[in-house]
Design a protein around this ligand. Structure first.
Ligand code: SF4
Ligand code: SF4
Length: 65
């Protein structure tokens, strides 16, 4: 399972960056949030706090992007 940002929805507000306890999220060059899967501990806080619901829990980790 992975948490991923839907770039079509993300507004780059940075709220998820602030809440992530592992510093796993940054705003990329395209102005959208990116989750570093190597740092993510899958706590779900970013998904809960995103005002736009842009962060999705992806159950099948074989599915890329
Ligand atoms: S909280 Fe949501 S809209 Fe804001 S940067 Fe994070 S993913 Fe994007
Ligand atoms: S699930 Fe938790 S650790 Fe992973 S990116 Fe979101 S807030 Fe950070």
């Amino acid at each position: 399972m992975e948490f991923k940002v839907d770039k079509l929805i993300c507004a780059g507000c940075g709220v998820c960056v602030q809440i992530c306890p592992e510093g796993a999220i940054k705003i990329g060059a395209d102005g959208k949030a990116i989750i570093d899967q190597k740092k993510c501990i899958k706590c779900g806080k970013c998904k809960d706090i995103c005002p736009l619901g842009a962060i999705k829990e992806i159950k099948n980790s074989k599915e890329e992007n």
